[in-house]
Design a protein around this ligand. Structure first.
Ligand code: 3PG
Length: 241
């Protein structure tokens, strides 16, 4: 195994060295090739559908009906945020819906990530990027879409071998002008803007070549209404990704 100083010297990356430290503390070896392979998988998570519904499930009994309505409308990549008591059980329930590809969102640390994978999450979304979450994603061999908000975040992600990111919170961070400016510098990066994206503005974001998909909570707003969710999903699934 390379020493930390060796890594830092060769890669010029404190973040990479930090990642190696975290992984060493877990008895794991840094495997950049595997990280690179995984961001291809993260790329596939982002290209399956133009919109990833960001789901806050307040009541477990709604998990399956919501997933069924979204999948019936053509949205099959579903992000269940770890913001409610029943989120992990909701991931397990939704995963039983045929065609659903369920991941966990609002994953803040390695423990969140491990619990999500155990519940059946097939991808991980995080509001930010930390070495701990990145190394946990590698250990569990699960695609990771970490949040980035600026050039420094992207550079730290690139140092970790990642190139697929959630741009978050997209509108509050400067909206399309900010995305375009970042995309012009980081040609190898693809984004999933999330935060302030709506049915009205999604197409404009998706028209950007650097945008593979968008995330948003608009699909399931208000009281549960399967028909409304399905028709919103239908319209969203027809957007050009
Ligand atoms: C979130 O994590 O809640 C997402 O940013 C969703 O944001 P939205 O409610 O603006 O779609």
């Amino acid at each position: 195994m390379r020493s930390r100083s060796d890594t830092a010297e060769k890669g010029g990356s404190a973040m990479l060295a930090a990642l190696e430290d975290v992984m060493e503390s877990h008895g794991a070896e840094l495997d950049k090739e595997k990280i690179h392979a995984r961001h291809d998988n993260a790329g596939r998570v982002m290209t399956r559908c133009p919109v990833i519904p960001v789901l806050v499930i307040p009541d477990l009994s709604l998990a399956r009906p919501i997933a069924q309505a979204l999948v019936a409308g053509g949205l099959t990549t579903l992000e269940v945020t770890l913001r409610t008591e029943c989120a992990l059980e909701a991931i397990a329930e939704m995963s039983k819906v045929e065609g659903a590809h369920v991941g966990a969102g609002t994953v803040l640390n390695g423990d969140d990530l491990a619990r999500s994978v155990e519940a059946g999450a097939r991808f991980i979304v995080s509001p930010g990027l930390t070495p701990e979450v990145a190394s946990a994603a590698q250990r569990h061999d699960v695609p990771l879409l970490p949040g980035i908000a600026n050039a420094g975040d992207i550079m730290r992600g690139l140092d970790l071998g990642l190139s697929r990111f959630k741009f978050f919170p997209a509108m509050a961070n400067g909206g399309l002008p900010a995305l375009k400016a970042l995309a012009s510098v980081f040609g190898q990066v693809k984004f999933c803007p999330t935060g302030g994206i709506s049915e009205e503005n999604a197409a404009e974001w998706l028209a950007q070549p650097a945008v593979s998909c968008v995330g948003g909570s608009w699909l399931t707003g208000g009281a549960f209404d399967a028909e409304a969710i399905q028709s919103r999903a239908q319209r969203a699934s027809q957007l050009k990704g």
